[in-house]
Design a protein around this ligand. Sequence first.
Ligand code: ATP
Length: 280
Amino acid sequence: MVLLRKSRSMCYSIFMTGERITASAIMDGLNTRVIGRRLLIFDSISSTMDVARKEALEKAPEGTAVIAERQTAGRGRLNRAWLTPEGNIAVSIVLYPPRECRDALIMLASLAVLNAIQSVTGLACQLKWPNDVLIHGKKVCGVLIETKMRADRLDYAILGIGINVNMRLAEHAEIQAIATSLADELGKTVSRVTMLRSLFTELERLYIGLFSGKSLYDEWRRNLATIGRPVTVHSGDDVSHGTAESVSEDGSLLLRCEDGSLRRITIGDVSLREQTKENG
Ligand code: ATP
């Protein structure tokens, strides 16, 4: 009887959150040469970034991917909490790109997520400068880039990617107004294994392109929902209002301020909100 109850709840959980992520399931049919060829998969860890950083410092093979079913201390930018309940994707990938590629990494990761989501689900996505992927204006993915410089070389880079795959936002009132998930958008669970395979494939395709000198800038700019919108930029205590006029090739935002001047906003420590009647 107890066993039956247990297996019923297990079935229910898998039904709601999708299949378990295993290395063999991801590897089956994965055609990349570097990205995701070494997988470290955890049930629950503080953050995939912490493990990936340790791996990078120990010179783990390029493309090593750290995946967690749950993160107990997942972080976004500016050390904000990032929720990773079961059923989502939390992955950090170790890379060793040349220094010249550093600015393009946020474009690389965001575009790879956008392309992977679109090809697996058919859902149209947009990007919010600097690091979010949106569906219908709501955040479905956050991207985090961590790099370490030594002298003038890039020692390593870590791409941190959190995708809301099978999370039900009705169960997370604290972010329900700003976030969505693939399952909520489609009304059904989505295979995280398929998503990860597609993500690794896209990352590798774009990464190889970067090495051969292909710029990601035009594609990134074309997909940015932020361009042309009235925005408020918070940088510490400093608040600026204006219109997001464009982005430059190094990834910074060009803000047309209310006094007519043009300000370059670097990704660093800024937080960007679209102006609405309430906050504008
Ligand atoms: P801003 O919009 O101010 O630029 P951000 O989008 O860069 O911020 P991040 O640091 O990337 O924010 O993400 C952290 C924020 O995202 C949290 O403060 C919370 O509001 C929200 N958040 C946390 N977990 C999730 C999630 N699973 N899905 C969507 N949003 C989340």
